[in-house]
Design a protein around this ligand. Structure first.
Ligand code: FAD
Length: 383
C-alpha cells in the first residue's frame, strides 16, 4: 500500500478531475489524481474524439476562480450565434443574444485538459499517477485497486471522488456493492468527426459562428479551431438503412454529402478518409442515485450525470459541480460527511434539468432551426 490515508483521491484526470484537484489543493488537501491514460501532454490526441467544445459562462466562472480563464481564453474563438446551412440557398445567421455581443467559446478540449493538468501539477500537495486504471474500490475503507503497467497496485484514501467520465469505474464499483442505482439511456444516434482544413491559410467558414446543417434525421455542426480549421460533428442514427452504416464505399460517401451537405465537399478534401477512419462515438444520458456514499465516496461530472452534447453543457456542468462542492465544503467547515450530501442535494435537480434540455435541443438543432417559422421568430426576437 503506497497511498497516504490522509489524501483525497480523485479518479480520472479529465476536465472535471483536474479542475477538482486544483480546487482541493487550494483548500490545503493532499490530493492523489489517478488517470488510466499516459500523460496526455506528451502524446497525440485520439483520432476523431471531440476535438473542441463550447465553453460558456458557467465553465468560465470556474476557471476564473483558479486564475486560468485568461490563459484558456487566449486561444478561444467566440461564436456569437448559429450559422444555418440549408441544402440549397444562402446560409442564415441567428445571433445568440439580442445585442449580438454574447458568445459561447470554441476551445480545444486537449488544450483545456492540458492547461488544467499543468495547473494541478504545479500545486503543492498534488501527486498525479498516470496509467492507473481503477479496477477495484472498497467504498467502506477507501481502498482502491489500480491496473498499471507494473501490475495491480493498491492505494487508499480518506475520500474517493470519481471524475472518471460517463463509463465511470467508480460508479461501477458502487453499483457492484449495491450502493447506487443507475440508468444509462443510449441515444440511437452516434457521432463522427470530420475536418474542414484552412482554405488558403484562412478559415473556410465564418469563425464567429457555430455552424449547423439541420437535416431532420441527421445533423452536422462545425466549431472553429485556433489553427483555422473546423471540426465537424455529424450526428446520425447508428443502425438502420439511413445511418452511418449506409455509406459503404467512397463513391457512396461522396454522393451522400454532395446531395445532403453540398457546401461541404468543396472545403473538406479529406472527407472520405475522415468518414472511413474516424470512429462513431456513442451518446447517452447517465442518471445515478445517490451521487455519494457515507461522505466517503462521491461522483462528479459525467460520472454522475453524463448528458447528450446538444446543449454544449456537459463540461460546463462538470465545472459547476466542482465549484459547488468547494462551496459546500466551505459551508460545512470542511466536513466531508456533511458536504457531500449537500453537494448532491444542490446539484442533482440542475443536472436532470440540463439533461432534459439537451435532449430537447437535439430536436431544435436538427429540425426546428431550419423551419421558416423558427427563422422568422428568431429574426423578430433579434430585430
Ligand atoms: P471526461 O472528460 O470523460 O474525463 C474522464 C477521465 O477519467 C478521462 O481522462 C479518462 O481517461 C479517465 N478515466 C476513465 N476511466 C478511468 C479509470 N477506470 N481509472 C482512471 N481514470 C479513468 N461539453 C460542453 O460543455 N461543451 C461542449 O461543446 C461539448 N461538446 C461535446 C461534444 C461531444 C461529441 C461529446 C461526446 C461531449 C461533449 N461535451 C461538451 C461533454 C463533455 O465532453 C463532458 O461533459 C466532459 O468531458 C465531462 O468531463 P469529465 O471530466 O466528467 O469526464
Amino acid at each position: 500500500m503506497t497511498g497516504e490515508r490522509d489524501e483525497i483521491a480523485v479518479v480520472g484526470a479529465g476536465l472535471a478531475g483536474c479542475l477538482l484537484a486544483c480546487f482541493l489543493a487550494r483548500r490545503g488537501h493532499p490530493v492523489a489524481l489517478y488517470e488510466r491514460r499516459p500523460d496526455p501532454r506528451s502524446g497525440t490526441p485520439e483520432r476523431g474524439r471531440s476535438i473542441n467544445l463550447a465553453l460558456s459562462e458557467r465553465g468560465l466562472d470556474a476557471l476564473r476562480r483558479i486564475g486560468l480563464a485568461e490563459q484558456v481564453m487566449a486561444d478561444a474563438l467566440p461564436m456569437r450565434g448559429r450559422m444555418i446551412h440549408p441544402v440549397g440557398g444562402p446560409t442564415g445567421f441567428q445571433p445568440y443574444s439580442v445585442s449580438g455581443d454574447r458568445a459561447i467559446n470554441s476551445i480545444s478540449r486537449g488544450a483545456l485538459n492540458n492547461a488544467l493538468l499543468a495547473a494541478a501539477a504545479k500545486l503543492p500537495g498534488v501527486r498525479i499517477a498516470f496509467e492507473h486504471r481503477l479496477v477495484g474500490l472498497d467504498p467502506a475503507t477507501g481502498a482502491m485497486t489500480f491496473q498499471t503497467p507494473q501490475g495491480l497496485v493498491t492505494e487508499s484514501a480518506r475520500v474517493v471522488l470519481g471524475t472518471d467520465g460517463a463509463g465511470s469505474a467508480v460508479r461501477g464499483q458502487l453499483l457492484a456493492h449495491g450502493l447506487v442505482t443507475e440508468s444509462v439511456d443510449f441515444l440511437d444516434y452516434g457521432y463522427k468527426e470530420l475536418t474542414i482544413p484552412p482554405l488558403d491559410g484562412d478559415f473556410a467558414l465564418d469563425p464567429g459562428a457555430l455552424h449547423i446543417w439541420p437535416r431532420g434525421t441527421s445533423m452536422m455542426i462545425a466549431l472553429p479551431n485556433p489553427d483555422r480549421s473546423f471540426t465537424c460533428t455529424l450526428f446520425w442514427p447508428t443502425h438502420g438503412t439511413a445511418g452511418f452504416a449506409s455509406l459503404g464505399s467512397p463513391a457512396a460517401i461522396e454522393r451522400h454529402f454532395a446531395q445532403h451537405y453540398p457546401d461541404l465537399p468543396p472545403i473538406a478534401p479529406n472527407l472520405v478518409d475522415d468518414y472511413q477512419h474516424n470512429p462513431v462515438g456513442v451518446l447517452g444520458t447517465v442518471r445515478c442515485d445517490p451521487w455519494q456514499v457515507d461522505g466517503r465516496v462521491a461522483l462528479l461530472g459525467d460520472a454522475a450525470h453524463a448528458i447528450v452534447p446538444f446543449y454544449g453543457q456537459g463540461a460546463n456542468c462538470a465545472f459547476e459541480d466542482v465549484v459547488e462542492l468547494d462551496r459546500c465544503l466551505d459551508e460545512c467547515a470542511g466536513d466531508w460527511s456533511a458536504a457531500l450530501p449537500l453537494f448532491q442535494h444542490r446539484r442533482q435537480d440542475n443536472a436532470e434539468a440540463i439533461a432534459r434540455m439537451a435532449l430537447a435541443n437535439f430536436v431544435e438543432m436538427r429540425d426546428k432551426v431550419a423551419s421558416p417559422v423558427f427563422r422568422a421568430r428568431k429574426q423578430v426576437e433579434h430585430a
